[in-house]
Design a protein around this ligand. Structure first.
Ligand code: 5AD
Ligand code: SF4
Length: 468
């Protein structure tokens, strides 16, 4: 499914852009500046790059914080409550700026504002928010901004999550070395704790020629790492015509000319097939690294989460990948404190984490999300107790990560240099498994693949020396 974006719809978009520019020049006595902040997942970061591309096409420049901005746009995340509260805190902090500069535009979009309860809170408690719209709706920004500028009153848009995939949106990418490439949107899985299927809508895949075209453009622009994005990339192709699958997409990308790496996220274990693992094994440009969220090690909790695999099936998958892909590494998402989880269940998670030896773990305390199935379940374990388990998990993982890094010492690895490191004279890059590697060098190395001999392990990275 691909459509001409309405903003490109010929004369209409042209007139709209001209009209917006005209109204902006009447509103401000200087070229307008925007500050866009994306919270949450990489998908959101990628959406933010498209929002910036659109704003640039409407004549906006950009500034690094809200203080000097004429338009502040928060592109929000709804996955956990504390992420939402942080956004409300950030919006609250803008009230004094808005009072001093009433012509400033404050806008909120993304997964949070897809929920009516959030829009209601904005309407009632944040009267200085001028514009709000939901998820998958970046392409609607010009239309909504025009309404706001023309009618000079707030626009709180409550449409359903955008279902169609809009191609050819302008984009203003943040990096020069690594690029995000969305291949699908939405999620059909309905894990019982998760709000994503409600706010981002049903799964839709981009047509393969569109994905390949964008990948070729990125390679031609000099990007060295492309990360394919989707809530559930393994089911890429569902609903498209022909034999379009994720393993096939990987194979088609792998044969594009050029020296570059391909990564992807997020994979769902239930859809991570042997065919996919074979494709990773056979495609030299696809990194030997899989982010494969397991969430939990207890079968009973996995069942209540509606994850549709068992811990044994998960471990079997990891084992198969380790046989087929030499040196493959795994990272994962773990959730602690799902309603009804007992300490015995948690211990099974701990066991699985130690057994699989993920090189990195993204850990979350369960957060109740209104409208999800899990929100109805009894949740008797006190928060303090859950936090204790959580700390136990972090401590265990710290050791695993540390020993993973220690095992890298002495090896010479291919590293993609991304830019300056934390210390003067140091550069930073990533290994194929996604571990941060620091080494002495100058900025001209950014964007190059280098051979780095690892000499030292830290908790969060490895250090090494570049081999000429
Ligand atoms: N509470 C806590 N963590 C959650 N995640 C998704 N929904 C919730 C929730 N309600 C986590 C899952 C998912 C990651 C992106 O966020 O671990 O894999
Ligand atoms: Fe949420 Fe599950 Fe979909 Fe991931 S796969 S976005 S956790 S519903």
């Amino acid at each position: 499914m691909s459509y001409l974006p309405d903003y490109i719809d010929g004369a209409l978009a042209q007139t709209r852009t001209e009209r917006i520019k005209e109204l902006l020049s009447l509103r401000y006595d200087h070229p307008p500046l925007a500050y866009v902040h994306s919270f949450g997942c990489q998908q959101n970061v990628s959406d933010g790059e498209h929002l910036c591309g659109l704003l640039a096409s409407l004549g906006f420049g950009f500034c690094p914080d809200s203080a000097g901005a004429d338009l502040v746009l928060f592109n929000t995340c709804a996955v956990r409550e504390n992420a939402e509260e942080r956004v409300f805190g950030n919006i609250g902090a803008l009230s004094h700026l808005k009072r001093a500069r009433p012509d400033m535009i404050i806008a909120v979009c993304g997964c949070m504002t897809q929920q009516e309860a959030v829009r209601e809170r904005l309407r009632k408690s944040y009267p200085y928010v001028d514009l709000a719209f939901g998820a998958n709706a970046a392409h609607r920004l010009p239309e909504l901004l025009l309404r706001l500028l023309e009618e000079r009153r707030r626009v709180i848009d409550g449409r359903e999550p955008g279902e169609k995939i809009v191609e050819n949106l302008p984009v203003r990418r943040e990096g020069k070395v690594r690029a995000w490439l969305p291949i699908m949107q939405g999620c059909d899985n309905f894990c019982t704790y998760c709000i994503v299927p409600y706010v981002r809508g049903r799964e839709h895949s981009r047509a393969m020629p569109d994905v390949l075209r964008e990948a070729k453009e990125l390679i031609a622009e000099g990007y060295k790492e492309i990360t394919l994005l989707g809530q559930n990339v393994n089911s890429y192709g569902k609903g498209l015509e022909g034999e379009v699958t994720f393993p096939r997409l990987l194979r088609e990308l792998n044969v594009l000319p050029g020296d570059f790496w391909i990564r992807f996220m997020t994979s769902h274990p239930k859809d991570c097939t042997k065919e996919l693992i074979d494709a990773i094994a056979e495609c030299g440009k696809v990194c030997n690294y899989i982010h494969l969220p397991v969430q939990c090690g207890s079968d009973e909790i996995l069942r209540r989460m509606n994850r549709r695999y068992t811990a044994a099936q998960y471990k079997e998958l990891v084992e198969y990948a380790r046989e087929r892909i030499p040196g493959v590494s795994f990272s994962s998402d773990i959730m602690v404190g799902f309603p009804g989880e007992r300490y015995e269940d948690f211990l099974q998670t701990l066991e699985l984490v130690k057994e699989v030896r993920f090189h990195a773990l993204y850990t979350f305390l369960y957060s109740k999300r209104g409208g999800t199935a899990a929100a109805q379940l009894p949740d008797p374990v006190p928060a303090q107790e859950k936090s204790r388990w959580f700390r136990q998990l972090l401590a265990a993982q710290e050791q695993v990560t540390r020993s993973f890094h220690e095992q890298m010492v002495g090896r010479t690895l291919r590293v993609l240099c991304e830019g300056p490191g934390k210390e003067q004279g140091m550069m930073s890059g990533r290994t194929e498994s996604g571990v941060i590697a620091q080494f002495a060098g100058d900025e001209a190395l950014a964007g190059q693949f280098l051979q780095v001999k690892i000499t030292r392990a830290l908790n969060w990275a490895v250090c090494g020396e570049m081999i000429e």
